[in-house]
Design a protein around this ligand. Structure first.
Ligand SMILES: NC(=O)c1ccc[n+]([C@@H]2O[C@H](COP(=O)([O-])OP(=O)(O)OC[C@H]3O[C@@H](n4cnc5c(N)ncnc54)[C@H](OP(=O)(O)O)[C@@H]3O)[C@@H](O)[C@H]2O)c1
Length: 339
């Protein structure tokens, strides 16, 4: 079968551009399968901001490095076409650690492949019940659960992970302030996600807004962004505040590593806890997360928006939209293979 692939050709400087990638086409055959492997047909890719970190090529023991000249690694969903693995059959629907290809060969091992439940669509498995909402669920319920009346501040609040985290905080009794770019996103946070307040960081002074919205400080900061917003939050934390470091997207396109807050003595004097986490720290609790998210979404208590873009050939350009805020919710690429 003909197989298109987007290879990473050069390591991006700044925002990744289509020129950093190369679209190639080759032949892939099920004869290439070895024992224990599956040939899968990719249907959906999640645009995950951290893929930009993989592209940077900086040696890091904690996240994968994308090799040059190889298809761009990405969270994917699709179905088995051929199997040489006793536990999988053609037609099985899966999510996995894949790559920007029409088809690919994967070897299930160490939790890199998950089955999609019969009553779930691939879009649900990658969107409302997928990696990002699960991340939000664990960040809120495990890393920094709120006490009633806590002020929870969420950055990247109109995004896939942030919007879910903000709404779970609201459901668990916090007073929630979301930070997002632009009036459309802030209005959506107020009207649809029913947050208590929204700060448009592109048009408002975050520090001034924090002072007037929560004069007694922020109890929990769920950070997806880092940079100036993290600094403003650290300077405005209440005593014994908790900072959940979920992501630092503001720095992913820098050629330097993500900077921490400058005033660490505020952290000392405020007895503030800063804790990073990964969704994968909680793999044994994924069923719980999916079950609760499903329940909340069915009752309309948590809303989720997905932004699906059709067409494999646009993958690099679509991915870049994460970094200029042009995505409205979970950003998915739908693969358009001609059968
Ligand atoms: N720890 C984990 O296991 C884990 C898992 C999944 C995701 N994450 C992290 O969660 C964060 C959100 O990821 P997502 O997939 O849900 O993406 P997303 O929030 O749906 O999309 C990214 C959003 O980030 C905002 N953004 C981009 N550049 C920015 C900048 N310089 N300053 C402020 N905001 C900026 C944009 O929103 P605006 O329009 O509001 O600017 C953009 O829409 C990322 O940091 C990601 O790495 C962590």
């Amino acid at each position: 079968m003909r197989n298109r692939q987007w290879l990473l050709k050069t390591r991006p400087h700044g925002l990744p551009s289509p020129g950093d990638f190369e679209l190639v086409e080759s032949e892939l055959s099920s004869r290439d399968l070895k024992d224990g492997e599956l040939l899968v047909r990719n249907r959906l890719f999640l645009c995950a901001p951290t893929m930009r970190n993989w592209m940077s090529g900086q040696a890091n023991s904690l996240f994968p490095v994308q090799p040059l000249g190889r298809p761009m690694m990405a969270p994917a969903a699709g179905e088995v076409v051929h199997s040489k693995h006793a536990a999988y059959r053609p037609g099985d629907r899966l999510t996995y650690f894949g790559s920007w290809s029409d088809y690919e060969i994967i070897a299930p091992a160490g939790g890199n492949v998950s089955r999609v439940a019969d009553d779930m669509s691939l879009t649900e498995a990658m969107g409302p019940l997928g990696l990002n909402p699960q991340t939000a669920y664990f960040g809120v319920t495990r890393v920094a659960p709120p006490k009633p009346g806590d002020v929870a501040l969420v950055s990247g609040a109109a995004g896939s992970t942030g919007a879910t985290a903000a709404q779970i905080y609201r459901l668990l009794g916090a007073r929630v302030i979301g930070v997002a770019g632009g009036s459309e996103k802030c209005e959506w946070l107020l009207k649809t996600c029913r947050l208590d307040a929204a700060i448009d960081y592109k048009n408002e002074n975050v520090r001034d807004r924090l002072k007037s919205l929560c004069p007694d400080g922020v109890n929990i900061f769920f950070d997806n962004v880092g940079g100036d917003i993290l600094q403003a939050a650290v300077d405005h934390m209440a005593r014994r505040g908790r900072i959940v470091v979920c992501g630092q997207i503001a720095s992913y396109n820098d050629d330097a590593t993500a900077e921490g807050p400058r005033n660490m003595m505020r952290v000392v004097y405020g007895s503030i806890r800063i804790e990073g986490f990964l969704r994968s720290d909680y793999l044994e609790h994924v069923c719980e997360a999916v079950g609760r998210l499903r329940e909340w979404m069915a009752r309309g208590e948590v809303v989720h928006r997905i932004d699906i873009r059709r067409g494999f050939s646009a993958a690099p350009a679509v991915f870049a939209d994460l970094f200029n805020g042009r995505n409205a919710g979970t950003l998915l690429i739908e693969v358009d293979i001609k059968s």
